[in-house]
Design a binder for this molecule. Sequence first.
Ligand SMILES: Cc1ncc(COP(=O)(O)O)c(C=O)c1O
Length: 377
Amino acid sequence: MYRIPFNRPAAMGHEQIYIAQAISSGHISGDGPFTQKCHGFLQEALGVPKALLTTSCTHALEMTALLLDIRSGDEVIVPDFTFVSSINAFVLRGAKPVFADVRPDTFNLDETRLASLITPRTKAIVPVHYGGVGCEMGPIMEIARRLGIAVVEDNAHGLFGKVDGKWLGTFGPLATLSFHETKNFQCGEGGALLINDPVYIERAEIIREKGTNRSLFFRGQIDKYTWVSIGSSYLPSDLLAAYLFAQFEARERIQSARRRLWKNYRSELTAWAGARDVRLPTIPDHCDHPHHLFYLLMPSLESRTALIDHLKARGIIAVFHYLPLHLSKMGLQFGGRVGDCPVAEDISDRLIRLPLYNSMTEAEQAEVIETIKEFPS
Ligand SMILES: Cc1ncc(COP(=O)(O)O)c(C=O)c1O
């Protein structure tokens, strides 16, 4: 065991009490009272017409592919520097992935390259708000609207982030969230679909309920429920929603803990980084971010490997992600070649993520910072 892990999931309030309540209420399947509370919380906090909890962000993305009726031959544009689910959800339905290189400052989809990637077969654009720092949604939405292409925001990292004063996840007709244990708000495994265009609400409820109109039945709008479309089982148990609702209630504590940790990393490491050609995260002025992750962009692959080893030898785990999608086994099968996305290829070799979790203590963080400063570079 390492003394300071990369991530340590933690209860932040009434998680145990609410799970006990869910057990004694007798409703532990999906869409129980805690799921409804979570839906209400997200809808009110973000002002979205509909939020639906899902079993993961991956599954929420799969729901968007079904809602957009993605089929074989359709193309979906995704940043090259992201988690596989951002595109796998669409490839599952037969889409061809189109990998866009990322901006060198935020590592978000480079909106200046978007127009050149669009073809008559482009069905969706999936901007990912890396680290909860917003993509340039103005130009992205403008291109999408002009050409009639759907936008699905993969906001796995960015609940309560904003760009130009507007909540992330409220720009495109559809957006997704993750509540995996590594995220700011967590329930182990979980996610949500945010629906900004009400035209998708009824079908989303059907797809999430195994292709049945069971939601209409429970609301008394029909007498019997039956199979009306393809779908799957995308709703989490109310036990998970009970855990998640306690996390939502602890919103201020969670956000202020992360803000303090993130800002502390930045102020303590700025001089060290400046003297070593190491880059810290760039946050554009028009972005408010939820302090989801803190990274160092090292000068080379060798220095990154050496720093990870240095920290590990002292009981601290730092990690890297993502490998460029176009050079993955799957990406190569879709025609990816070295040099297609130079920015993603470069940063993916040099990025390191530091431990950052809701319950991280000042002493733990001080030890990480001191150990980094001892790194012989
Ligand atoms: C950008 C992005 N999208 C999607 C996912 C998938 O999230 P989940 O684990 O909730 O399926 C992740 C996971 O970390 C992610 O980083």
